[in-house]
Design a protein around this ligand. Sequence first.
Ligand code: ADP
Length: 181
Amino acid sequence: MRIEILHGDITARKVDAIVNAANSSLLGGGGVDGAIHRAAGGELLEACRELRRTQLQDGLPVGSAVATPAFRLPARWVIHTVGPNRHAGQTDPALLASCFQESLTVAAGLGAQSVAFPAISAGIYGWDARQVAQVAFDAVGSFSSSGRAGDSPLEVVEFVLFSEDTTAVFRTVLESSPGLG
Ligand code: ADP
């Protein structure tokens, strides 16, 4: 499994699955969530509403992940996860680690070979990009060394960062991550 850092718009990635930094309602929001819903079209919101009706009446918990089709996006699936919101006192890195781990588990379950992540919680939810990168790479490292990765075809994990600053932070942290960079 290899990690790639890219500067750009995650909605343009032609990978098997892109991860959405959603909120618990799954009914859309700002930032990357808004961009993904705009690019995927109204069917994505319909699919999310259906999930809320059928299995997630109370919303998607922080740290969990769930997949829908990607509709008009070049990707095949969108994996929605809810990052911890620092402004709401959600400061436990284990919650953020869970977003990455659960999303990788869902991606593996879909048979995805490639998955693209944004900097979950590094925008509106107020986490420091450096900490997000550290948690993300640790999660990929522990996923790839765990049994869960053994049966999955997952080959490429991309991090697609919207700003040059965040891209530089992710590259620096990756270079200093033993065994990954
Ligand atoms: P959160 O609420 O989890 O913090 P945000 O969407 O506010 O989520 O921000 C997460 C990260 O996604 C931020 O670094 C933001 O700059 C970035 N982002 C926003 N739009 C896009 C996009 N189209 N592609 C990739 N990353 C994006």
